[in-house]
Design a protein around this ligand. Structure first.
Ligand code: HPA
Length: 266
């Protein structure tokens, strides 16, 4: 039994979502797509971890999107906050216990591709865990040997592509590389990321994908590009820029995810 999930379930009443969305930095406006939203601040759930990062509100918002019940997490904890790669384990276990089957992950990311400028949206087709960390270290069951070959569910990926096409929204596809943060990358690291096969870089999502697969959730993910990687343009990269630019691609991503969720329950 998961006491936090029980409390959350009571607060959601008759709403029984099977789809959850985790919103990245500056992407909180996607909750506006929800009809009849019910807000549950993480602080109202005893034992639920809270993020201290500005731009991350820290609440569940649940309701309907095009006839599909959806649970959104506005705000997530990052590895770089405490050095704990499993920081999102409790939240994901709560989602699982609540009956969530499909997890849509979003983040703000830096682009390492000249043809994918700020404002772009990139479907994550695969990832590179460059942090050297893993949220399953210390897990003792054999389930820790989680397969990652189809971590990004092929059917959900096709649904996301179809939703992008239906709505006429440009959607890149690429590989996301996880850096621990919280400092941004150096220009040399961005050049390395490109050579190693990355299309975007960021500080989240990979631990959640690993944990979600461990728990048996189906996963789709997308990045909103807020900036070119370090050294690709003249200026310094800042968190303020991330928060300012995220809503640009965020609107496109919201269009895609809303269409994806409206289409059907998976
Ligand atoms: N690097 C890492 N994380 C990010 C970036 C970046 O350039 N932009 C937004 N999140």
């Amino acid at each position: 039994m998961n006491a936090i999930a029980d409390t959350l379930s009571r607060k959601l009443g008759s709403l029984k979502p099977r789809h959850a969305v985790i919103l990245g930095s500056g992407l909180g406006s996607m909750v506006e797509a929800i009809e009849g939203p019910v807000h549950v601040p993480y602080g109202d759930l005893p034992g639920f971890p809270q993020s201290g990062v500005s731009g991350h509100a820290g609440e569940f918002v649940a309701g309907m999107i095009g006839g599909t019940p959806v649970l959104m997490m506005s705000g997530r904890i990052h590895y770089y906050e405490k050095g704990n790669a499993a920081a999102m384990r409790v939240p994901l276990e709560v989602l699982k216990a609540l009956g969530i089957e499909v997890l849509l992950l979003t983040n703000a990311a830096g682009s390492v591709r000249e043809d994918m400028p700020p404002g772009s949206v990139m479907q994550i087709t695969d990832h590179i865990n460059f942090s050297g960390e893993n949220p399953l270290i210390g897990e003792e069951s054999d389930a820790r040997f989680t397969g990652m070959t189809s971590a990004y569910d092929p059917d959900l990926a096709a649904d996301m592509q179809a939703a992008a096409e239906r709505t006429g929204t440009p959607l890149h596809r690429g590989v996301y590389m996880w850096f621990s943060g919280p400092s941004f990358e150096t220009p040399a690291e961005i050049r390395m990321a490109r050579i190693l096969g990355a299309d975007a870089v960021g500080m989240s999502t990979v631990p959640e994908v690993i944990l979600a697969r461990f728990l048996g959730l189906r996963v789709a993910a997308a990045s909103v590009v807020t900036n070119f990687g370090a050294g690709m343009t003249g200026g310094e990269i800042t968190h303020a820029e991330t928060k300012e630019m995220a809503p640009v691609g965020g609107k496109r991503l919201a269009t895609i995810l809303t269409a994806m969720l409206s289409a059907k329950g998976h």
